[in-house]
Design a protein around this ligand. Structure first.
Ligand SMILES: [Zn+2]
Length: 479
């Protein structure tokens, strides 16, 4: 047999073996080199090297179901024929494949038609002026204070600039939305480390967990207040929740201390909220640890060494608390408001609801295009959650069409005209959750039926998530 014929025969044998192979979700969870899309299992380790958007996005979904991640990031159907060379087997017949949302794909086609030709939905040229101005402002403020000493006013201003870098640069970069060149997104993603966070943890928390499980009672890390707050009817009520409207805003400022301290422990343990980060993403570990140490050295140790005083320490705290408050405030009001949906057992939406409904009814918009310029478009949370790899400059443009189509689908679209009205809706929601539940509205934790539903969709991660939630504490949330 000539060599090419032998190779063809070998390839055919491999394909036949793949067609016969069958994987349960649990088996895939234990194999970080595999990923599920629809009813098929693929070799994520081989595919990531060819992923046009960058290897690290695929790596983070090693051992997971990436059906909806592909759909929302590419705004089109999975190219099954083109991906056949990475096909290694099928999802076991006992497992329920994640369904593609056809209504969502139709909406994507309409939204793609609104984008400037050839833009691909990436940042327009004008955006880079804003990005450059923010980076220069941060470097100038920090450099000036290192040389001349810190002031409270400039420290608060630096905190705001850090928050705007988070909203306008790292957020888009880590969603792959800034540039069609993955290296640009990857490098600017590290701006998250520059402002005190951590890129890998953010990708795990935000891209892998929050966006795909928004307001899920078990799996959205942003909904895990660890007893500090009662955010949804399924949370246990504790006596201090009756005051949660009073302490929520100062608590948002204090969240910074969790980011700066406990996150380092999560990083060392290579997990977030009890959910392991894929081992396929292990090459990101060393840079993440180096960046964490570098931030502490640059932002805490160096100023205190140059100007050792309580005033310097207070100014450092002012920067991190300002940034933390600004970021937490806007993220919190967009997913916690009167009438917001929660997903999963005893939530208002089932996990089998469409991707579109789960994203739209768990998020809200506030304000208009001017706030979008300031907040990196994240006042358009509905558009952001539907199209996370669309650069934020386009959200205000596509919002009217999206609203029209969403309402035609029969889903609830919440847009608050002002920050005040959104804040009022958030306080109203917190107020309702603060009331001690009566025996009539006390809801039991996941029933047998809901546990089965959880396992079907999420496999072993389900059990881990529930355990993590139960074991969480007030102290760990506050940091
Ligand atoms: Zn996002």
């Amino acid at each position: 047999m000539p060599p090419s014929a032998a190779k063809d025969a070998g390839g055919a044998a491999e394909l036949r073996a793949a067609e016969l192979a069958s994987y349960t979700r649990k088996a895939v969870t234990e194999r970080s080199d595999l990923t599920i899309v629809g009813d098929a299992v693929y070799d994520a380790k081989a595919f990531r090297e060819e992923h046009p958007g960058g290897a690290h996005f695929v790596s983070l979904f090693g051992g997971r179901d990436a059906t909806e991640a592909f759909m929302e990031y590419h705004r089109r159907a999975w190219p099954k024929a083109r991906m056949s060379k990475f096909f290694v087997g099928s999802l076991a017949p006992s497992e329920k494949p994640t369904q593609v949302d056809e209504g969502y794909l139709r909406l994507c086609a309409e939204v793609n038609g609104l984008l400037p030709k050839g833009s691909g939905g990436f940042a327009p040229a004008s955006y880079w002026l804003k990005a450059a101005a923010l980076i220069v402002a941060a470097l100038t403020l920090e450099g000036y204070m290192l040389l001349r000493g810190k002031t409270l006013f400039l420290s608060v201003l630096l905190g705001l600039v850090f928050a705007w870098i988070g909203l306008n640069i790292q957020h888009d970069a880590n969603h792959g939305a800034l540039s069609r060149y993955p290296a640009v997104n990857y490098c600017l993603g590290y701006m998250q480390d520059w402002i005190g966070g951590n890129m890998v943890l953010w990708l795990q928390e935000h891209v892998v967990m929050h966006h795909l499980h928004t307001n899920d009672v078990d799996h959205d890390p942003d909904q895990k207040a660890h007893g500090a707050l009662r955010l949804k009817p399924t949370d246990s009520w504790l006596p201090w929740h009756s005051l949660q409207q009073v302490y929520i805003l100062p608590g948002e400022a204090m969240y910074a201390f969790k980011l700066l301290s406990l996150d380092a422990l999560e990083l060392l343990a290579w997990r977030w909220e009890g959910e392991p980060i894929s081992q396929l993403a292990a090459p990101l570990y060393a840079p993440a640890v180096v960046c964490k140490l570098a931030f502490w050295a640059r932002f805490v140790a160096l100023p205190l060494w140059l100007q050792p005083s309580l005033h310097t320490a207070a100014c450092i705290c002012a920067t991190v608390c300002t940034g933390s408050f600004y970021l937490a405030f806007f993220f919190f009001i967009s997913h916690n408001f009167d009438g917001v949906a929660s997903v999963g057992p005893q939530g208002s939406l089932s996990r089998s609801a469409t991707f579109t409904q789960r994203q739209v009814e768990t998020s809200s918009n506030v304000g208009g295009k001017w706030l979008a310029h300031l907040n990196g478009g994240l006042n358009y949370q509905i558009e952001h959650h539907l199209f996370p790899r669309l650069h934020h400059s386009y959200y205000a443009t596509i919002a009217p069409l999206v609203r029209q189509r969403i309402e035609a689908m029969g889903y609830k679209y919440s847009h608050f005209p002002t920050i005040g009205s959104n804040l009022g809706a958030m306080m109203s929601h917190l107020g309702k959750m603060a009331a001690r539940p009566t025996s009539a509205d006390k809801l039991a934790r996941p029933s047998e039926k809901s546990s089965v539903e959880c396992r079907l969709r999420l496999g072993a991660a389900c059990a881990r998530g529930s355990q993590a939630s139960d074991a969480a504490s007030l102290i760990s949330w506050l940091g």
